[in-house]
Design a protein around this ligand. Structure first.
Ligand SMILES: NC(=O)c1ccc[n+]([C@@H]2O[C@H](COP(=O)([O-])OP(=O)(O)OC[C@H]3O[C@@H](n4cnc5c(N)ncnc54)[C@H](O)[C@@H]3O)[C@@H](O)[C@H]2O)c1
Length: 352
């Protein structure tokens, strides 16, 4: 059995579903169910004895100790985090609490658990920390992509808190020998993505005829990876990654935000045409995010070279699957667009 944290969020839920389909090994899924956690994403697992859901916080050490003692997982896969840069600008405290203190608490609980395991289980145990390319900071248009040895230069409260967590994970390996693995991944997109992030926000706004807010000049560049490819990469690293190493994961797919938005509009024009005209008419440029990183690019050659992983989806195939999924799941979208979601969207965009 493995212990997954944050498995009711976007990537975590995709991972748990993917893991149970591909590997079948039972999962204890610990998630605090913040605004970003959604049990509806895990509905296909209802009645599946291989999935044990526990609502709880990664800063709760007694709970972590109880779960580890009861389930004796052979690995921890750590997704739980506050993950939205804009929210980290409005309220950084939650990011330090969950991403730094939460990761610290989980590391300490995992260290105590691992230290008491019999030799064979101790050797097999892994702590997999899921992190982001944002820890490396921002690139200009011509700089080479981030490798695993690129210096950390986080610029937002979100990326600073993730960088701090990455450092703790590294130190727990070097100081205590905890068998850790870290992956730093680029921007994910795909099903079950909370509609505060760019792609799902554009899809749900377009479908309800609302403006499509694009920050600044729309030329901020990100590398985009289909979430299913991220899940597959984590499976590979967990199975065969070298202890103490970090692996960059990316889609080899750098695109400016405005192109992403245009691609979403073009697919919606094809799949759900609006009699009022192309969805692109709704694109609205708004005041940029403070300190908005200009460009991220990932050099993912290490994971390809060492573990043979590379993305299965191109952006064209992945974005088509994604748009199709949102069109096919209006109930999921309606469910996550609760009052709290609407309040946040108006707080973030009203003054822009
Ligand atoms: N989304 C991306 O593009 C991306 C890219 C690279 C890395 N990551 C990393 O992947 C991980 C998952 O990202 P996501 O986009 O799925 O995030 P998300 O915000 O969709 O989900 C986070 C989950 O963690 C849970 N959570 C938050 N605080 C918690 C706490 N204190 N205790 C227990 N659970 C808690 C939430 O309820 C939610 O279910 C994060 O660590 C993030 O930094 C994300």
């Amino acid at each position: 059995m493995i212990l997954v944290t944050g498995g009711a969020g976007f990537i975590g839920a995709n991972f748990v579903l993917d893991w149970l389909a591909a590997v079948g090994e039972p999962v204890v899924n610990l998630d605090a169910l913040t605004y970003a956690g959604n049990l509806r994403s895990l509905a296909p697992l209802q009645g599946d004895a291989r999935h044990v859901f526990v609502q709880g916080d990664i800063t709760d050490r007694p709970l972590l100790d109880r779960l580890l003692a009861q389930h004796r997982p052979r690995a921890v896969v750590h997704f739980a985090a506050e993950s939205h840069v804009d929210r980290s600008i409005h309220g950084p405290a939650a990011f330090v609490r969950t991403n730094v203190e939460g990761t610290f608490t989980l590391l300490e609980a995992a260290r105590a658990h691992w230290g008491a395991l019999p030799a064979g289980e101790k050797q097999a145990f892994r702590f997999h920390h899921v992190s982001t390319d944002e820890v490396y900071g921002s690139l200009n248009a011509t700089e080479p992509a981030f490798t695993e040895s690129h210096p950390f230069a986080p610029n937002s409260p979100y990326s600073a808190s993730k960088a701090a967590a990455d450092h703790l994970v590294r130190a727990w390996h070097h100081t205590y020998g905890l068998p850790v693995l870290t992956t730093n991944c680029s921007n994910n997109y795909g099903p079950l993505h909370f509609p505060e992030k760019l792609i799902p926000l554009m899809i749900v706004n377009a479908l309800s005829g609302r403006p499509l807010p694009v920050y600044g000049d729309g030329m901020n560049v990100r590398d985009w990876l289909y979430v299913g490819d991220h899940c597959a990469a984590i499976r590979e690293v967990l199975a065969r990654g070298h202890i103490g190493e970090t692996y960059n994961i990316g889609g080899c797919n750098e695109m400016p935000n405005i192109e992403i938005v245009r691609a979403v509009c073009a697919l919606l024009d094809e799949l759900r045409p609006d009699p009022a005209g192309s969805y692109a008419r709704l694109i609205t440029y708004v005041t940029d995010r403070p300190g908005h990183d200009r460009r991220y690019a990932i050099d993912a050659r290490k994971i390809e070279r060492e573990l043979g992983w590379r993305p299965a989806e191109t952006f064209a195939t992945g974005i088509r699957k994604t748009v199709r999924w949102y069109l096919d799941h209006p109930d999921w979208v309606a469910d996550v667009q609760s009052g709290a979601y609407r309040d946040w969207v108006s707080a973030n965009y009203a003054a822009r």
